[in-house]
Structures are given as structure tokens and as C-alpha cells.
Design a protein around this ligand. Structure first.
Ligand code: GLU
Length: 300
């Protein structure tokens, strides 16, 4: 893994660290790390895998899981569809007439914002705390929230506000828009490292059970729901190419993280903050592609 990682590191030169909020642009473009957890609990790692970064869109499958656990699949499906949009994650690619719950999915911002509104709790703070607790259990350890990134997300979140108000005006979002958005911004600002992402991926690969202890966190049917959507929509509008090059369900985030799920075999956590134009880690995808070829990871 160390050899593959060093071979892939120069690819970061083709990418750019996210700068849509000032706080994220401070990332080191050269960083690259990987951590792997097998379904029996075996661990391996290489590179900058101890660096802490914000989860960003990799929280979307966890928001979906919490919404599924609280409401069941039928209800969630009735509120947000499962088809790929083929558009960037924050695109406003709908006219008022075509903005329909069936045209969004939980891996784009609109769908993830709706997921925040579906989480149960008396207040939005309680909803976020429940999400954070689920994230901790899935990640197998303590995690915090990056307050500077949270403030930056909140004060530069005009596009997400536009998306949320569009949902609201079309009757697709219940609750107070600013409160729902606050939960979404906090969710994006959860801090993780490669190990945490690998652990979350291992639970999804293990059909809802923790690696090693086998304790069940969520029903197997929910991992099928989440993994299927990750396969078709997890890598933004680069999901088709990723399916060809790597061939496993995965979710990326603009913080440079990728969480990959190799069903029944392993979870993989990647950190590489230099992103391609679609928002995916350039060196991270290259590394997953090489690993997939060597270990025959593609599910196809
Ligand atoms: N906080 C980011 C946003 O909502 C997350 C984007 C991402 O990682 O794709 O714009």
C-alpha cells in the first residue's frame, strides 16, 4: 500500500484544494493517506492517514442512514428519490415545474438537506446530537466538530440557502429552513480521519455490523439501500467513471475524504485534499483504482 500510495501522490498536482469557503483552502494539497479495515477487523494503513479533516459530503450516507433508521425506507423514498441527477452536487438544475422529490437523491445537497429535516428529535440540536452519536458509533471512536469550518460554512452558505428555500417553496421541506440548514452545516463540519472513514465503510461492507465484534448497528436492508445509492450517485457526477475505474460503492467529500465500501470484504478511508473539477480527490481515486486492480475489488 505504501508503494502504491507514493506512486499515486504526484497525481495530486493535477488537482486543487477546495476554496468555496476560506477555511478549507488551508488544506495541504500534497497530503495523501489511506486506511483499510477488513470485515474481520484486520487493519492496514499508509501515508498521511492520521490527519484530521472535515467529513463534508461523506456525511450524506450517514444522514441517509439516520433518516432510514428513524422513518423506514418507504417513507424516506417517498420524500427523496434514488436516481442520479448527473449534475454537480449543488446544482440548481430544476425549473419550478420539474423540482420533484423523484428528481433528487440523498447524495446531492438538496436531498441531504431534506434528510436533516427527517431526523427525529425535539429540537434541531437534539437531531444533530443524534446524528453525531450515530457517526461516532459507525466511526468506532471519538470525533468532534470543526467550529471554524462550521462558521465558515454558515456564513458562506448562500447556495445551500437557495437550494433549501427552493425545496421549501415547492413543499418538499418541512420545518424551519435556517434550523435545518444549521444541522446540515454542522454535519458537514464533523471531523474525521482515514481510520474513521474506513470504519464507517467497514460497517456498510459488513451489512450493518461493526467489524470484529459483529454488533449490529442497523438492519442489512439499510446497507443495501445506502450502498446502492453510493454506487450510482456517491462520487458526484463522476460516479459512472468511478464505477468503471474502481467499481465499488463510495462517497467523496470536498474536504478530500473518500469512504469506500467493498461489500463483505473491507471499508477504505482515503484523504487527499487536491480535488478534480467534479470535487473528487484526484490522487485518492488514482490510489483506489490501483488498489482495486491489485486486489480485484471491483464488484463487476
Ligand atoms: N459543505 C459542502 C456543501 O454543502 C459539502 C460539499 C461536498 O463535500 O460535496 O457545499
Amino acid at each position: 500500500m505504501e508503494r502504491l500510495l507514493e506512486e499515486c501522490r504526484p497525481a495530486a498536482g493535477q488537482g486543487k484544494v477546495a476554496d468555496y469557503i476560506p477555511e478549507l483552502s488551508k488544506g495541504d494539497p500534497e497530503a495523501l493517506g489511506i486506511y483499510v479495515i477488513g470485515s474481520e477487523g484486520k487493519r492496514s494503513w499508509a501515508g498521511d492517514c492520521r490527519q484530521v479533516f472535515t467529513i463534508q459530503s461523506v456525511v450524506k450516507p450517514i444522514l441517509l442512514l439516520q433518516a432510514l433508521m428513524d422513518n423506514g425506507a418507504e417513507f424516506v423514498m417517498s420524500r427523496v428519490g434514488v436516481e442520479a441527477t448527473g449534475k454537480p452536487f449543488d446544482a440548481i438544475n430544476f425549473s419550478d415545474q420539474s423540482l420533484d422529490s423523484g428528481n433528487i437523491n440523498p447524495m446531492v445537497n438538496m436531498g441531504a438537506i431534506v434528510m436533516c429535516s427527517l431526523i427525529h428529535g425535539r429540537s434541531y440540536d437534539e437531531r444533530f446530537q443524534r446524528l453525531l452519536e450515530l457517526t461516532r458509533r459507525l466511526a468506532g471512536g471519538e470525533i468532534g466538530v470543526d467550529q471554524a469550518v462550521y462558521r465558515s460554512e454558515k456564513s458562506h452558505g448562500s447556495k445551500n440557502r437557495a437550494l433549501a428555500y427552493l425545496l421549501k417553496s415547492n413543499g418538499l421541506l418541512d420545518g424551519d429552513v435556517e434550523e435545518v440548514l444549521d444541522c446540515y452545516f454542522r454535519a458537514c463540519s464533523i471531523q474525521v480521519d482515514c481510520r474513521a472513514l474506513a470504519h464507517i465503510g467497514a460497517v456498510l461492507s459488513n451489512r450493518g455490523r461493526l467489524p470484529a465484534s459483529n454488533e449490529r448497528i442497523f438492519p442489512a436492508a439499510m446497507s443495501r439501500y445506502v450502498n446502492a445509492i453510493l454506487m450510482t450517485c456517491g462520487m458526484y457526477d463522476g460516479s459512472g467513471e468511478f464505477a468503471l475505474r474502481v467499481g465499488v460503492p463510495a462517497k467523496s467529500g470536498v474536504g478530500g475524504g473518500i469512504m469506500a465500501v467493498v461489500p463483505t470484504r473491507m471499508g477504505i478511508g482515503i484523504f487527499g485534499p487536491a480535488l478534480d473539477r467534479k470535487g473528487n480527490s484526484v490522487a485518492g481515486i488514482r490510489l483506489l483504482e490501483r488498489l482495486s486492480a491489485e486486489l480485484h475489488l471491483s464488484i463487476f
